[in-house]
Design a protein around this ligand. Structure first.
Ligand code: MRU
Length: 350
């Protein structure tokens, strides 16, 4: 992204509000929206105006800060109760990306520590801004570790959008790609469209093309054939949650991992430590199911007959034995993950 662009999501000090890029409008329209209520933020998260795990972590943190700052309640206990209700509302918006709850909890903990309402408000804003600033550092660090896995010339397949738009800026999987390009490597990107909401074609292609990074769009169903033709050197994706045994990411990720293993192509995941949930296993995680209209319609155009059942999982789980490395801000984790996860140290939960 050009340097002077606003961040994907940020706290606006002068107005005490959240500003974010409405991702549902891209690539046709670039609009920055100001959000002044937690209800509006919850709606924006459900509609995927703000989306992507790290950006959801920032949104959760800033949403709790928004509730705190906008509260007119002078009594500390009642103030905390109100902030807690806002936190619950935000927590319930999307169940799979663990960063959302992680960001919310960071600010709720600060509010719980405060000795007065004024202190709680100040701590909440400071913590929400810290979550956002740390995300940028994390992505840059992770990018530096990850780019070392890229050959000097390579074609990389990615799925969904794990880019600047999914974070404060820079990105996780796309951050690694950006770091490789910045290091002088000749990187071509194959972006899967990512049906049904097209985060790949709408967002990944938009942000990479803007940065002058070579990107080619394919339908999701082309990926295995391109691997068979020898046209892909490696796969890199982001993650919404990493449990003891699996990586949750946008629906379709698992099939790329299976195809990559079949063709002997490395499959890498890039994710911050905040995405790890090592106290849980795949079976314990709720995978978000979204509305049938996302599949049955394309805008106003009907794509499926009325009444036909639709199964619209937003995410899938890729077992860790298909993952060749997980790139984090603390380094590159390799199998056996039971050992390398000790470095992450989150066995006790998020
Ligand atoms: O439904 P979305 O668009 O929020 O899904 C996003 C993804 O699956 C991303 O790949 C993931 O959050 C990683 S973002 C760095």
């Amino acid at each position: 992204m050009p340097e002077r662009e606003p961040y994907t999501i940020a706290w606006e000090e002068e107005t005490g509000s959240i500003v974010y890029i409405d991702q549902t409008l891209l690539p046709g329209q670039y609009r920055v929206v100001r959000c002044t209520t937690v209800e509006d933020l919850a709606r924006a998260i459900r509609r995927l105006e703000v989306r992507g795990a790290p950006a959801l972590g920032i949104a959760g943190a800033m949403g709790v800060a928004l509730a705190a700052v906008r509260s007119a309640e002078p009594d500390l206990d009642r103030f905390r109760e109100g902030v807690g209700q806002a936190a619950d509302l935000l927590r319930g918006t999307r169940p799979t990306a663990v960063n959302l709850a992680w960001g919310i909890d960071r600010v709720v903990r600060k509010v719980a520590m405060a000795a007065s309402v004024a202190e709680a408000k100040a701590l909440a804003i400071a913590e929400a801004n810290a979550v956002a600033e740390e995300d940028e550092l994390t992505c840059r660090r992770l990018g530096t570790f990850g780019e070392e896995l890229f050959p000097a010339r390579c074609t990389v397949l990615t799925h969904c959008n794990a880019g600047a738009l999914a974070c404060r800026c820079w990105g996780t999987a796309l951050g690694v790609i950006r770091s490789a390009v910045a290091a002088g490597k000749d990187v071509r990107v194959i972006a899967c469209e990512t049906r049904p909401l097209n985060q790949g074609s709408r967002l990944t292609c938009w942000e990479l093309a803007r940065d002058g990074i070579d990107v080619t769009l394919i339908p999701d169903s082309s990926a295995a054939y391109l691997m068979r033709k020898g046209a892909i050197d490696l796969v890199i994706v982001g993650a919404d949650r990493i449990t003891k045994d699996a990586v949750f990411n946008k629906i379709g990720t698992y099939m790329h991992a299976v195809a990559a293993r079949h063709h002997g192509i490395p499959f890498y995941v890039a994710a911050p430590v905040s995405t790890f949930d090592l106290a849980r296993t795949e079976k314990e995680i709720t995978v978000e199911e979204r509305d049938r209209t996302e599949l049955a319609y394309c805008g106003d155009r009907q794509l499926a007959p009325d009444g036909v059942a639709v199964l619209n999982y937003a995410f899938d789980a890729t077992p860790l034995d298909l993952v060749d490395a997980i790139i984090t801000e603390i380094g590159v984790l390799r199998p056996p993950y039971a050992d390398s996860f000790r470095l992450v140290g989150k066995e006790e939960g998020i």
